[in-house]
Design a protein around this ligand. Sequence first.
Ligand SMILES: NC(=O)c1ccc[n+]([C@@H]2O[C@H](COP(=O)([O-])OP(=O)(O)OC[C@H]3O[C@@H](n4cnc5c(N)ncnc54)[C@H](O)[C@@H]3O)[C@@H](O)[C@H]2O)c1
Length: 456
Amino acid sequence: MNASGSSAAPKGTSLPLAVLSETFIRKAKDKTLHVGIVGLGYVGLPLAEAFVRRDLRVTGFDIDMAKVDMLDAGQSYIKHISDERIGSMNASGKFGSTTDFARLKEVDAILICVPTPLGAHREPDLSYVVATTKNIAKYIGPGQLVILESTTYPGTSEEVLQPILESGGLKAGVDFAIAYSPEREDPGNPNFETSTIPKVVGASSTPERDMACALYGVIVPTVPVSNLRTAEAVKLTENIFRAVNIALVNELKVVYGAMDIDVWEVIEAAKTKPFGYMAFYPGPGLGGHCIPIDPFYLTWKARAYGLNTRFIELAGEINSNMPGHVVDRLGEAMNEQLGMAMKGAKVLIVGLAYKKNVDDMRESPALELIDKLRMRGMDVEYYDPYIPVAPSIREHPEVEGMRSVEWTEEALGKFDVALIATDHDNVDYMPLLKAVDLVVDTRNAIKDRAEKVVRA
Ligand SMILES: NC(=O)c1ccc[n+]([C@@H]2O[C@H](COP(=O)([O-])OP(=O)(O)OC[C@H]3O[C@@H](n4cnc5c(N)ncnc54)[C@H](O)[C@@H]3O)[C@@H](O)[C@H]2O)c1
């Protein structure tokens, strides 16, 4: 825990924010700003690294002592972030992490990167954001900048964060600053990382926006927008766009499948059009903690305006029907090609993570597939090179403790059918094709049109 020392203006300073912001911006230019990042997960940790790489001092805050201990020991808990990268952050002398939130007083900027899941009734669950903001409110001082990065509905920063932060008597836009800047991290994507993706920044006043842009400007190009709710809406728009387009190709997959047209071949050809088309790919259903969840933040908020979000609801319906469609296709293929019933047969799920090349199985459609296949009486096992043992997942307790099978022809030979749910790049499908008589492929992972491969 080596990033210490007080740098924010002391409590009681009565300088207006316009003046305090000049000091903040100068410190950003001098690289003497001290950044606090709350929530050291998939978003917070790479963000901390991006600032450290540009020589800013960063203190990470998390409630999970195990994460702080691992970071102190130079160990990563995220597959695509290596131990070496944590080691270099520590070696720079610019990074430290802690569970002691009183140390928020030391930093100039506080970036909130905590989870924003859905509740039991698909309503926004802001409990992590509220808990974090209450902690920050205890220590906030004049001249500090608080930025929410977590994905949320338009209005959250003004309606939820601001009143909590002002509860101690200081005023936003006068004594301290608030901004919203959505995180656009795409874990496992080799083409982009935190430091190469522009940051959209919204705030209620010019000094607040200038402060946030100065901070992020140290690591990335910034895209200022006119207010907090616009920035909040940008993030939802990006993820709704993905959810709706994925639903569209999933629908086309079903329709073209019935016409004996390969939707993947259609997409490959369609994307040669240099304008007006963007390729999205079908799959076994939506996964991850963003695309299946974030659109419903807008649905919930729209209700307060008496409005429905029909595109979002329809996309959700189509995408959530996909696991059922895949299981039906698997049953039909077993019947036609193997003359075998599903009940009592052995099926291997290939890929448990929600998308390729990551070890994250939150909201993974593979979990839904396991449930559905078991309900049809199948004996289900899985293979995932990144998930040797399935961890506990709240909605799917039955998968906890399942172990990835060995990827050898001999071990694979006991399965009647394999179902490719996630197409990790490092999987060689040859042993599978040799060992198993039927492979149902939901990702177009196996490019050659072998008889025994059925797309679903
Ligand atoms: N993971 C992504 O690819 C991604 C991309 C864009 C946006 N987002 C959004 O970013 C936000 C964070 O997502 P994530 O994937 O990094 O989550 P995560 O679960 O990986 O990490 C969240 C971290 O916050 C910590 N935490 C929880 N409550 C806390 C509290 N009260 N105080 C301090 N720390 C606390 C947890 O211990 C954890 O380390 C979410 O709103 C998510 O929707 C995520």
